[in-house]
Design a protein around this ligand. Structure first.
Ligand SMILES: *Cc1c(COP(=O)(O)O)cnc(C)c1O
Length: 403
């Protein structure tokens, strides 16, 4: 039998692992080694994620507490609706919402929330979606022009059409009998003339419900309740970004009547537009475990961890002559220390794409996010110790290309 001490001794003889990874990680890596390594078996590339919570990169890594919730609930049957009822109550209490439900990502929360607004508790209407004509349902969603980026497709999935506005005057004019919802996209709030409070105020004046998309806007943790407190009727967030729940999960929260109505379009109920947006009980409970963990995490400490890691990478990059690093913290969306690294090509002869390829094709493989004239690196999706590998590899490639 391998003892813990043996493991540590054995690991310290592995230069790369011993040098780069923390003890806890080393132990986890070996003691919890799965019987099968499917990534290896199927030839799937795994990598260090120094880019961020990108859907294409599978979002985030679930916390141990989430995996324990998934495993621990996988051996018994439960009624799907009861799981949603009980989890919804807990989530609502945390987020200051009247009610909540776990959806298949933020995108499906947008579709289902709007479905609830359109149908209410009318089963005939639920089954009619996405065909609105002749049903008496409303059919327009008002959005500020600057907020109308790809995600609004979730709204037209209900059969509604988007009406764009720019000024407050436009908004007042656009509201009519067919207006179902006023939708707000937090990440683009600096791209519209109308702010959150005004948006809610105008909607209330006209008796029209509001929804806000805050998919990638946690942290700060307070955003989980800020918009419920502000008076938005529905709030949608991703579960598999910084919350580190299942990538396929998200949360729809808000007014009781809309959540109840949205659930009529969700599994287990068929003949609905949401039947294909199934979330299994393990993911629903895993989502709750992730949220519970996140709100109970010392946010200052977490932030400090991210800062310390980015500082290490920043200093490694800056040690190469001709390299410039700007540390940025985006206010809207992906609120985390972000390094924007660029270089004088007269001193470092390297294209951005080349650096990306070299880091990707190195060992271990590393993903960063290329920008127009710089590369972007974040540290929040790194595992403990990986910042040292990123710093060393980055410095190595920049130095190799130095003239
Ligand atoms: C990621 C994202 C979504 C989609 O969220 P999922 O959880 O992947 O479904 C929607 N809106 C914005 C602004 C996002 O960043």
């Amino acid at each position: 039998m391998i003892t813990r001490r043996d493991l540590i001794l054995r690991l310290s003889s592995l230069p790369l692992l011993g040098g780069f990874l923390g003890e806890k990680n080393q132990l986890r890596a070996l003691t919890a080694a799965p019987a099968r390594n499917l990534a290896k078996e199927l030839g799937i590339r795994t990598f260090i994620n120094a880019a961020g919570t990108y859907t294409a990169m599978t979002g985030s890594l679930m916390e141990d507490e989430v995996m324990e919730a998934i495993k621990g609930t996988s051996r018994e049957f439960m009624m799907l609706d009861e799981v949603q009822d009980k989890v919804g109550e807990k989530i609502a209490a945390i987020t200051h919402a009247e009610a909540a439900v776990v959806t298949a990502g933020c995108f499906s929360a947008l579709t289902l929330g709007l479905a609830g607004v359109l149908t209410g508790m009318d089963q005939k209407k639920v089954e009619a979606l996405p065909h609105l004509e002749g049903t008496g349902m409303k059919s327009e969603v008002i959005i500020q022009k600057g907020h109308n980026i790809g995600y609004s497709h979730a709204l037209i999935n209900t059969g509604c059409k988007i009406v764009e506005v720019e000024t407050l005057e436009d908004l007042e004019k656009a509201i009519n009998d067919k207006t179902a919802l006023l939708w707000f996209l937090h990440i683009q709030s600096d791209r519209g003339q109308i702010g959150h409070e005004k948006w809610v105020e105008v909607a209330k004046k006209h008796g029209v419900p509001t929804m806000i998309d805050i998919a990638a806007d946690v942290p700060p943790v307070e955003n989980l309740w800020r918009f419920n407190d502000m008076g938005f009727d529905l709030v949608c967030v991703s579960g598999g970004k910084a919350l580190r729940g299942p990538q396929s999960a998200g949360i729809l929260m808000g007014k009781k009547e809309y959540i109840a109505a949205a659930r009529l379009s969700m599994p287990p109920r068929g003949s609905t537009i949401g039947r294909g947006m199934k979330v299994n009980k393990e993911e629903i409970l895993g989502m709750y475990a992730a949220l519970d963990k996140f709100v109970n995490t010392d946010q200052k400490k977490l932030w400090k961890t991210w800062e310390d890691r980015t500082a290490l990478i920043r200093n490694a990059a800056l040690s190469v002559p001709g390299v410039k690093v700007v540390t940025d913290v985006p206010e809207l969306g992906n609120h985390t220390p972000t390094l924007r690294i660029s270089w004088d090509t007269a001193k470092v002869n390297l294209q951005i794409k080349e650096l990306q390829e070299r880091l990707r094709n190195g060992t271990p493989s590393i993903e960063i996010m290329p920008g127009g004239s710089h590369i972007n690196i974040t540290s929040w999706m790194l595992q403990p110790g990986e910042e040292k590998i990123v710093a060393a590899r980055l410095k190595e490639e920049l130095t190799k290309a130095s003239i």
